[in-house]
Design a protein. Structure first.
Length: 48
């Protein structure tokens, strides 16, 4: 006899990640010069 499988929440990833159109958010590729990249001072890692 196999054990009963407990049902999950049944909502899937759509409950966590909105399923809107990705291009509508205005996001995209941005080119940033290397000299403009700085580490976050609150980052716990000491090396990037």
């Amino acid at each position: 006899m196999t054990p009963k499988r407990r049902p999950g929440l049944g909502k899937g990833l759509d409950a966590l990640i909105p399923g809107g159109d990705a291009s509508a958010s205005g996001g995209g590729v941005q080119y940033v010069p290397i000299h403009a990249i700085r580490p976050n001072p609150r980052q716990p890692r000491s090396h990037l």
